[in-house]
Design a protein around this ligand. Structure first.
Ligand SMILES: [Fe+2]
Length: 228
């Protein structure tokens, strides 16, 4: 079954009609994001204790803070390079974390049928993006490995009446529909907004993964045979 065809399996038991959020417990269901009535696929999952404990014991300011675009086949190599550059030595937790980032890249590539991906690994120690918004993308995958997760909710014209319907937990995967998705304009799904959680003096530094699709680099004119 293709990723797009899988969206036929949505039913009233799994989707919250008011918020357009569908909660799933298996990665195959990430393809439900293409259903016109779905704004967010929320995949709740349990992670190994070694990864949770390894991230807890990691000092603030040490995890990678990078952004790169790469074909899927090169994401693992680029992620390993980012951890090497950050000075994160080999460990079980590092192995599990890189493995999970690569797994989510594979799943996203499959759901979005995208060969080139943009990958962002962010350390966040401030309020980041507090204004509720919808991304100008087709879809975006989010996973917070440390600290509080992204908030989803609805708001009116004034941002003060923000109502948070869902806060992603650590390791939850959120696959979000953006304004550029073919079904975003023809449905109510663009009413689901998101924003970063508030960062206070007591907050733990966040470590956030964002994956989206990317355009492959254009061949230079000479490489493309346009110049002689
Ligand atoms: Fe966003």
């Amino acid at each position: 079954m293709s990723a797009r065809a899988a969206s036929n399996r949505i039913d009233d038991r799994s989707i919250h009609r008011e918020t357009s959020v569908v909660t799933v417990d298996a990665p195959n269901d990430l393809a439900l994001i293409h259903d016109p009535g779905v704004a967010l696929v929320h995949w709740q999952r349990a992670m190994p204790a070694a990864l949770r404990e390894g991230l807890e014991s990691t000092a603030d300011g040490t995890l990678p803070h990078v952004r790169f675009s790469a074909p899927l086949r090169a994401v693992e190599q680029a992620t390993v390079a980012a951890f090497e550059a950050a000075g994160i030595g080999s460990s079980v937790a590092r192995h599990l974390l890189i493995g999970d980032i690569v797994l989510l890249a594979i799943l996203y590539s499959h759901v979005e049928q995208a060969e080139w991906l943009s990958v962002r690994l962010e350390r966040i120690d401030h309020d980041a993006c507090r204004k509720p918004h919808v991304d100008r993308v087709t879809t975006r995958l989010l996973c917070t490995y440390r600290g509080a997760g992204t908030e989803f909710g609805q708001t009116g014209v004034e941002n003060e009446d923000w109502r948070c319907d869902l806060s992603l937990r650590r390791f939850d995967v959120g696959l979000v529909k953006g304004l550029l998705h073919p079904s975003a304009r023809s449905s109510d799904t663009s009413k689901l907004l998101h924003r970063s959680p508030r960062f206070t003096a007591d907050s733990q530094e966040r470590f956030l993964l964002c994956i989206g699709s990317a355009e492959p680099p254009r061949p230079r004119a000479r490489d493309a045979g346009l110049l002689h």
